[in-house]
Design a protein around this ligand. Structure first.
Ligand code: ZN
Length: 270
């Protein structure tokens, strides 16, 4: 599943081709993805200039004067900028034609992705009430410490809660907890302020590194030229059950927390 680093990598890849360009047409090859595609995509978006391509949580926001188109990649979605004569595949559901004689194509075999619309000055319901971006100054250890007081949920489940901080997916939560030496099963309310400061800085470091590498998870993504689009990052905990800890050689354990597989070193993390 594309996580925040893959979405940010996608944003950085497509933004230079979109910003300042006019949308000359929209091709919808089906009426819905995860949800129905709203009529404004066809009625308001054509003719608009894309002023900015932003990201909030795992949504990509194409901002225009008439409103903002929101893309979500879901489980298997992909956005590419292509030449307009690129053959259309069976999972190519949406094309935005650009005046630069390019097309922004949304491909999504599993159709858990989304294309939505947000009117100017409004915030889409899906973006209402979500936590800060992890790579901004609005997120730090004090935010985690304050919100966690009195909470008995496992710290890993807590940091994966979008109301606390957005975009910390399962892989990055496991890796950040390993790097901070915190047992993922520990109650969120029982982690000290100092340890949350370390955890927040590890979340930032690991996400930022993943972005520089293009993300970790889309191992089967192929760029239009057939080259792998993403690199696999060296993982310390995630997916390594039974393998020796890279720090102390104790076998990595796996436990289910919040219905997610959670990997940790029973010696290094407490
Ligand atoms: Zn260890």
């Amino acid at each position: 599943m594309p996580e925040l680093p893959e979405v940010e990598t996608t944003r950085r890849g497509i933004a230079p081709h979109l910003e300042g360009r006019r949308v000359t047409g929209v091709v919808l090859r089906r009426p819905d993805l995860r949800w129905p595609i709203p009529p404004e995509i066809s009625s308001l978006l054509p003719g608009q200039v894309i002023e900015a391509v932003d990201r909030r949580a795992k949504y990509l926001l194409l901002r225009t004067q008439a409103g903002t188109a929101l893309f979500h990649l879901g489980m298997s979605g992909m956005l590419r900028v292509l030449l307009p004569d690129t053959p259309v595949g069976k999972h190519d559901h949406v094309d935005l034609m650009l005046e630069s004689d390019r097309v922004l194509r949304f491909t999504d075999p599993r159709r858990f992705g989304a294309l939505l619309w947000q009117m100017p000055g409004e915030t889409h319901a899906l973006l209402e009430g979500i936590g800060p971006e992890p790579l901004t100054d609005a997120f730090d250890g004090d935010v985690l410490w304050r919100l966690s007081r009195g909470r008995s949920a496992a710290v890993k489940t807590f940091i994966m809660d979008n109301a606390v901080v957005v975009g910390v997916g399962n892989i990055y939560a496991s890796e950040a907890l390993f790097a901070a030496g915190i047992d993922p099963r520990r109650a969120a309310g029982k982690v000290s302020r100092e340890r949350y400061a370390k955890l927040a800085s590890e979340i930032k470091r690991i996400l930022a590194y993943a972005i520089t590498r293009g993300g970790t998870t889309l191992r089967d993504f192929l760029a239009p030229d057939g080259a792998p689009g993403y690199f696999f990052q060296e993982l310390f905990a995630y997916g390594r059950a039974g393998e020796p800890c890279r720090t102390c050689t104790t076998p990595i354990k796996v436990v289910t927390l919040g219905q997610r597989a959670s990997f940790y070193c029973p010696t290094c993390q407490h």
